[in-house]
Design a protein around this ligand. Sequence first.
Ligand code: NAI
Length: 462
Amino acid sequence: MASYDVIVIGAGPGGYVAAIRCAQLGLKTACVEGRETLGGTCLNVGCIPSKALLHASHQLHEAEHNFAKMGLKGKSPSVDWDQMKAYKDDVIGQNTKGIEFLFKKNKIDWLKGWGSIPAAGQVEVGDEIHEAKNIIIASGSEPSTLPGVEIDEEIVVSSTGALALKKIPKKLAVIGAGVIGLELGSVYARLGSEVEVIEFLDVITPGMDGEVQKNFQKLLKKQGLKFTMGAAVQKVETTKTKAKLTYKLRKDDSENTIDADVVLVATGRRPYVDGLGLEALGVEMTERGQIKTDSQWRTNIPGVFAIGDAIEGPMLAHKAEDEGMAAAEVIAGKHGHVNYDVIPGVIYTAPEVASVGLTEEAAKASGRNIKVGKFSFMGNGRAKAVFQGDGFVKIIADKDTDRVLGAHIIGPAAGDLIHEICVAMEFGASAEDIALTCHAHPTFSEAVREAALACGSGAIHM
Ligand code: NAI
């Protein structure tokens, strides 16, 4: 038995970051992880591998659609799917090994196995019980399933199986037009699959700014994705090689079917808390199966904290990381804080989609007097030079105070551009503060400045 100041359960972005910060703050720290490699869903079967496939398939798209225009003539590359997967696995390996190195550097013990909490102050891993003054649960989430749809990870797949398909499907049906469905749907569309997305609601990416939803869907349609909206999936039946998906249209209750080689189920994720022993321990949960915490990530059991996808809030790696750092600070007796009003969200399609803060709809519903500044990437020289003029930057500001309330971007490098707005919002900046800041030319970020100018005296290049 070993004794620690902190044992973190789970080595995903929430857990490993919490462990590193605990160690940096001088706490004797261990992290329990049952996977063969560190990094959790994000590094092993989520964010990182999907970005590798998004990158590779985007390069193919560029070669097929834009190379010749730039005078780069010749045969387009063909897809070696096994090599593409090997590249993706290599990227995963580099990242997971990087975390192992950071654990060693920070003298964090990796307790290999699946952990449970038999009692406050104790973590059981395999046959051993370890003592911990503090426990941080960072056990993450798992794909949620649908009644009548059984995931076999070969024909009916979650995001995990979709990253390791044996071959590129001729027809891919995607259930759910959320982040996972659209990111992976666009990977396979670019690799040549016919992709049909079946979505329960009438809009894609629920919760995003309405104007962004509409424009984003238009762009995805242009890229060949087909959408069946307002459709509730009833069941998926499979043979050895095919799937038949049945859905009901909400508008008239009519039943329809789609045949596909692969069905991707992307209807959300749920907290993964199996086997932790939370019920026996008496940990309070929310109605949605999340671990209940206070504003300092404490559960109702003294010395037991929880962060990331296992608790309330958006299921995003960076939200988990921030909570991990903040919980570590709290345990070390310092001040830990997360500003939940400024958590960016990014969809890594091409073009990327990024948002932070209030949508136009939410800002209006809050009763505020608002103004909206918009700028199209068509007016941005750099974007046009690289065939990325689709999309826009939209900044929402308070009409009375000019304070930035939110921003929504579709366009090149949107996932990076959004952070200028995040910093501005953290500092309580006004749209004019951004507009008066010199932005280098020619950069995509000039579009952000132009949108800020459009909140006031007007954009220049529009
Ligand atoms: P999601 O919650 O983003 O979208 C699920 C979609 O499925 C919704 O549009 C919903 O209306 C639809 N749906 C639900 N039941 C349905 C049914 N029976 N028939 C048809 N449509 C149905 O969930 P998703 O995409 O699975 O992602 C899970 C989580 O992982 C999210 O919280 C997401 O934010 C996170 N994630 C984030 C990424 C990023 O930040 N880039 C990448 C991948 C995942």
